[in-house]
Write a protein that binds this ligand. Structure first.
Ligand code: ARG
Length: 299
């Protein structure tokens, strides 16, 4: 049977349950890329408007080191991919590849195809890093279709199912091939607000049952599928979304790392029993990224 791509709740069928999807182990750690060559030199997304030349290198490095410590405190083993000269966005290493497990449990790396040519060299760097760690590399067909890796394709915690964002940086047409490559179903989610251009900016999968979402950034069909698959859907408002609340990250569902700007979301998560580590990613928000996309999951 071919793994399927679902674009609407009705396609899932009335009897379909997320708990019927095969389980998948959690990542054992993260890979990060130091901000050695980090900068804002152009405008790839609305957050970068007016930020060229405004990065404080020293505080960027401090913030990155604090984030690295936060991931370690949350229980993740932290790996590092060397920063490549000329790759000013490589610190956002969620994007160049998608890492995961295929249906036989083999660690698999799917190289992305970046929308902006300046980010394309990052793909080779992350692919080589994965290959050196024994990952199987599976190239997707149709090289003209964009795919921005782990920033748009998110694994459902604990399940062999992907949530696939499309509309800005990733083309919806890629998802059948991705489903085939990983032998996993994909729930395709259309993104509708240019400020929330990657799925990880408006949807955070906190654990198997809980998602954090900024609804105005997601098409109605996508919201229906999210509500169908998660028992608890926590909605954030525009201010919290703009503070990158949905770009939070978790490890094994217990500890959430989130930018301190998203203070009311942090409080709400604490009241729900999560351990929350607040960090400052202000220098990276200038480039349109925060906690979640400053790493890729390592299996
Ligand atoms: N400046 C980067 C870009 O526009 C930020 C990427 C953020 N990544 C993410 N997955 N949210 O490409």
């Amino acid at each position: 049977m071919r793994p399927s791509v679902y674009s609407d709740d009705s396609e899932l069928g009335s009897g379909w349950r997320i708990t019927d999807v095969a389980s998948m182990r959690a990542p054992r750690g993260v890979v990060m890329c130091a901000p050695t060559h980090y900068d804002v030199v152009d405008v790839k997304n609305p957050f970068m408007e007016g930020q060229a030349g405004k990065i404080d290198r020293r505080s960027a490095l401090r913030q990155w080191q604090d984030l690295r410590r936060a991931f370690a405190r949350a229980g993740a083993t932290v790996f590092e991919v060397p920063a490549a000269a000329g790759c000013e966005d490589m610190v956002f290493c969620a994007n160049p590849v998608l890492l995961g497990l295929d249906d036989r449990g083999a660690t698999t790396c799917i190289p992305g195809r970046m929308t902006y040519p300046s980010r394309q060299p990052e793909v080779a760097a992350l692919t080589a890093w994965s290959l050196a760690r024994g990952y199987r590399i599976v190239e997707l067909p149709a090289p003209e279709t964009k795919f921005e890796g782990g920033g748009d394709a998110l694994w459902h915690p604990g399940r062999r199912l992907l949530w696939g964002g499309h509309g800005w940086r990733t083309g919806a047409e890629i998802y059948p091939a991705l489903a085939e490559a990983l032998r996993a179903p994909v729930i395709a989610i259309e993104l509708v607000d240019p400020r929330y251009y990657h799925l990880d900016t408006c949807l955070c999968l906190l654990d198997e049952r809980t998602a954090l979402v900024y609804p105005p950034a997601i098409a109605e069909s996508g919201l229906r599928m999210i509500r169908r698959c998660f028992d608890r859907v926590l909605e954030v408002d525009a201010a919290e979304a703009g503070a990158f609340a949905c770009n939070a990250a978790t490890f094994s569902g217990g500890t959430v790392i989130i930018d301190a700007r998203a203070a009311s979301t942090a409080d709400r998560l604490r009241s729900l029993g999560y351990t929350v580590i607040e960090v400052d990613t202000g220098e990276f928000i200038k480039s349109g990224g925060s906690v979640y996309c400053m790493k890729n999951a390592v299996y």
